[in-house]
Design a protein around this ligand. Sequence first.
Ligand SMILES: NC(=O)c1ccc[n+]([C@@H]2O[C@H](COP(=O)([O-])OP(=O)(O)OC[C@H]3O[C@@H](n4cnc5c(N)ncnc54)[C@H](O)[C@@H]3O)[C@@H](O)[C@H]2O)c1
Length: 342
Amino acid sequence: MSANVPPFAVISGGQVQQALQGREKQIMEVVEATYRLHGAGDSVNPPSYFLRFPDRPADRIIALPASIGGQVRVDGLKWISSFPGNVAAGIPRASAVLILNDHDTGYPFACLESSIISATRTAASAALAADRLSRGRARPTRVGFFGVGLIARYIHTFLTGTDWSFDDIGVFDLSTEHAAGFRGYLEQTGLPGRITVHRSAEDLIRSSDLVVFATVAGEPHVNDVSWFDHNPLVLHVSLRDLAPEIVLASTNIVDDVEHCLKANTSPHLAEQLTGNRDFLDGTLDDVMAGRVTVPADRPVVFSPFGLGVLDLAVGKYVYDEVTRSGELHVVDDFFHELRRYG
Ligand SMILES: NC(=O)c1ccc[n+]([C@@H]2O[C@H](COP(=O)([O-])OP(=O)(O)OC[C@H]3O[C@@H](n4cnc5c(N)ncnc54)[C@H](O)[C@@H]3O)[C@@H](O)[C@H]2O)c1
């Protein structure tokens, strides 16, 4: 039996980066296929588990177990920390690993650095939603980034890597330093588009027809429904920025209904306010399959809770790429004593 135990590999952030860099279109296809599998029920994606600490209320570590069928056929777990205080200390807020488990034996066969995989799948999902949700309306040419940390950069990379170009790029962040840093990043890409750092949230939203929220806000801070009178497409990646009244005045698309209506996300607050889910129009898979049509005369809000199946699918893509390149670092004898029965 021991011959069937897969070797255990460790894949570093550098290897992950190399496997994913410049592959925006392929990764978006992986994410799209995964949403379809998930929509068809060929996945298991239980609720995320939030480990919190009474003495450190700002910090958390989230476990996202998942299983994916189809041709990918892999199980696993993402284990991702958010320690906001890290930023002041000069290191990134989030850190993560992804464990892949073998479908047949259950054995873990890889541990991957996963902050890059997580940011990548989040950005690929946002770019996919931007494309699919704007098909029934004029394609946005003015993008506004609300909160410009790591995720905003990845989303910009994925949008431009999947053929989006913009006449205007707006930037708003509570930190002037972060806003200036993001402007510098945009300038250094050399891509066309007039860059404006806005002084107010209202200015940014009113002057954007594609708005990307990627803040770390824990509760709504955008409350005025009239700021959305021009019916923008909103990628609400940080999930807790919008007052429930704005959610209720919009078409709402999520990645997974049960996941998204939890943990005080803005859609969860809207459910608590109204006592029902009538404001939800469907999932991105519903839109891709043509079961839901997105009207052009209302704001559209995409709220992706972030599914563990996406991490698994992108992680398996990385594993296969690293294996193909011959650079897989296997830890010999990771599993000790494989003959325990006789
Ligand atoms: N839905 C998903 O699948 C998913 C996946 C990954 C990350 N996220 C979320 O994306 C968000 C961004 O992550 P990140 O790694 O880029 O964080 P980050 O800390 O690198 O950047 C966040 C930025 O938002 C700014 N900000 C915070 N509050 C603000 C406010 N009220 N108004 C304007 N700017 C504000 C901060 O100054 C910072 O520049 C987090 O909330 C994270 O949980 C969601």
